[in-house]
Design a protein around this ligand. Structure first.
Ligand code: GLN
Length: 484
């Protein structure tokens, strides 16, 4: 049952030499063999390589290597992060045959902290989606109800943690892709401040919004991972040379901390059970000593539209590189144009094509001012809303998603409905701030997890982790296991 434990539990057991890294890794591999046929969190994984890494960790443990917080801990990766000599599909057919020539910085950092880095976790193609239904490898299923989506785009990352197929995982978050699946699968998911974690080796979707972050079973595990991943990287000029605090040490009480409650987030489309769970959570935070303050984020209404202009514009530029020449699959043609069209036509799925077309349109000369430029201005207004709110509060509390996990197929025919499931998570990326989702309850029938979102100042991860940890320690929502 080692796969069911947390990083902190396992690190303690490893330090006492009660278990070996190989036993932990094997326990995760057995769980994958037992449940992944039903969940499909993994696109692939190399058991032999994972066990070899575990043996290397065991040798270090025997030698008494100290100061590696993740030594011997199996961490699985979203299929958007480069691992040297491994395939990298981004959930797409267009990268068939591509093998990464280098490690992402986060992979180097996790390895330096001792982690066993393994597996390719399923995702919406190029991280575009909220349900993991847009994967060329077929959907991932929610461990709490396999007829339902796990959220997205890091659906594999969330489902794998919820189903105990790995001890923690990494995802990427451009508009909610870590927090929303974490909420829908009942785990912890953290999107760091833009610039906190290097994006080197993360395949770009929308470069001004993308961040890599951890999905974990507890807040303390997320803090450990964030500490290991963060820091300036000369290979990503948008990473910020801000010192990395000891996030674990920040998990103290929340007496006197000020938490803002934005009026604009209590919208009509919010599921009554989700609303009730969030209301109860807010009371709980007040009971723990936080001061709850009503705040306003007046430009919230424009967030979804602004995001879908900026994200698609950036995606249309970023995805131009997949042309059949440099990476992955190619469909031959009579001339270059035919080869490009054939490759991109066959390689990209419908949602990616829709975004490229939309993004190209909003950047085109006749429409640039009306759409892209205007969206950039509104983005500034949205960021200013937050910066103003953070003059009076330390963090902001909201629901993570308007509903619990929906059924596979329920929204896939209606892109606008799908886009609206990101309504609470998108502003955080537009503003470049940090956010975390933690479990805060369940719907009644069927029993599905509900997430609570805490948003923090730029580089305010310590505050949101502290609040999340206090909430987690005083409630029984985390650590509940799906019926698998
Ligand atoms: N669901 C959002 C989208 O489809 C966010 C995706 C993400 O954060 N990568 O764009």
């Amino acid at each position: 049952m080692l796969h069911r434990l947390t990083i902190s539990d396992l690190a303690a057991k490893l330090a006492r030499r009660e278990v070996s890294a190989r036993e932990i890794m094997q326990s995760c591999l057995d769980q994958i063999a037992r449940v992944d046929g039903r969940i499909h969190a993994f696109i692939s994984h190399d058991a032999e390589d994972a066990l070899a890494q575990a043996d290397a960790a065991d040798r270090e443990l025997t030698r008494g290597v100290a100061g590696k917080p993740l030594l011997g801990i199996p961490i699985a990766l979203k299929d958007v992060l480069a691992v040297k000599n491994q395939p990298l599909h981004c959930g797409s057919k267009i990268l068939d045959g591509f093998i990464s020539p280098y490690d992402a910085t986060v992979v180097e950092k996790l390895r330096a902290a001792g982690a066993i880095v393994f597996g390719r976790l399923n995702m919406d193609e190029f991280a575009m989606g909220s349900s993991t239904e847009n994967s060329a490898f077929g959907p991932t299923r929610n461990p709490w109800d396999i007829e339902r989506i796990p959220g997205g785009s890091s659906g594999g990352s969330a489902a794998a943690v919820a189903a105990d197929e790995c001890i923690a995982s990494l995802g990427s978050d451009t508009g909610g892709s870590i927090r929303q699946p974490a909420a829908l699968c009942g785990v912890v998911g953290l999107k760091p401040t833009y610039g906190r974690v290097s994006r080197y080796g993360l395949v770009a979707f929308a470069s001004s919004l993308d961040q890599i972050g951890p999905l974990a079973k507890t807040v303390s595990d997320a803090a450990t991972l964030l500490g290991a991943m963060s820091g300036h990287d000369p290979r990503d000029s948008t990473s910020v040379p801000q010192p990395v605090p000891d996030y674990g040490a920040a998990l103290t009480g929340i007496k006197g901390i000020k938490i803002g409650l934005p009026a604009e987030y209590m919208i009509g489309g919010l599921d009554p059970e989700a609303k009730a769970a969030v209301d109860t959570a807010v009371k709980k935070l007040a009971g723990l000593g936080a001061e709850i303050v009503d705040i306003s984020l007046p430009h919230t209404d424009y967030a979804v539209a602004t995001y879908y202009i900026i994200a698609t514009a950036e995606a249309s530029a970023n995805l131009a590189r997949f042309d059949g020449v440099r990476y992955g699959a190619r469909v031959e043609g009579a001339d270059l144009a035919e080869m490009y069209c054939g490759t991109r036509g066959a390689g990209f799925g419908p949602e990616v094509k829709r975004r490229i077309i939309l993004g190209t349109y909003v950047l085109s000369s006749g429409y640039y001012d009306a759409y892209y430029l205007r969206a950039q201005k509104v983005r500034t207004l949205i960021r200013n809303d937050f910066l103003q709110a953070f003059e009076t509060v330390d963090a902001i509390v909201t629901p993570t998603a308007p509903t619990a996990a929906f059924r596979i197929g329920e929204k896939s025919a209606d892109p606008l409905q799908m886009y609206l499931s990101d309504i609470f998570t998108i502003s955080c990326n537009l503003a470049g701030i940090c956010g975390i989702s933690i479990p805060c309850g369940f719907t009644s029938a069927p029993r599905l997890p509900i997430g609570l979102q805490l948003l923090g100042k730029p580089f305010g991860e310590e505050s949101i982790l502290k609040i999340a940890a206090a909430f987690e320690q005083d409630t029984a929502w985390h650590g509940q296991k799906p019926p698998l």
